[in-house]
Design a protein around this ligand. Structure first.
Ligand SMILES: [Zn+2]
Length: 94
């Protein structure tokens, strides 16, 4: 096989492998978020302050599991970005 034929094949293989690695990591990240403890379990475990077990920071940031408007909220540490807990946002009463 000519060398000029090998290059596009290697390129395509690299793209496929990269896509696979990215997807696998994303799935692992999503699974880690889904397996997070509930808010009540988390506070029962770490105490009423809710301080991050890794760095002790009490400031948190929150985002939706599947995008910003998801009602399942994922809370992570604002200091070290460790995943802390999840909770379900109550539907707005209207
Ligand atoms: Zn932290």
């Amino acid at each position: 096989m000519a060398l000029e034929m090998a290059f596009p094949i290697v390129l395509i293989l690299t793209l496929f492998i990269s896509a696979f690695v990215v997807l696998t990591r994303h799935q692992a990240h999503m699974r880690a978020q889904r397996n997070l403890p509930d808010r009540a379990d988390y506070f029962a475990r770490v105490g009423a302050t809710g301080a991050c077990p890794k760095c002790g920071q009490t400031e948190t940031e929150e985002h939706g599991l599947d995008g910003g408007s998801d009602d399942v909220r994922i809370v992570s540490c604002a200091g070290c970005r460790a995943l802390l807990y999840q909770f379900r946002r109550e539907m707005p009463a209207d």
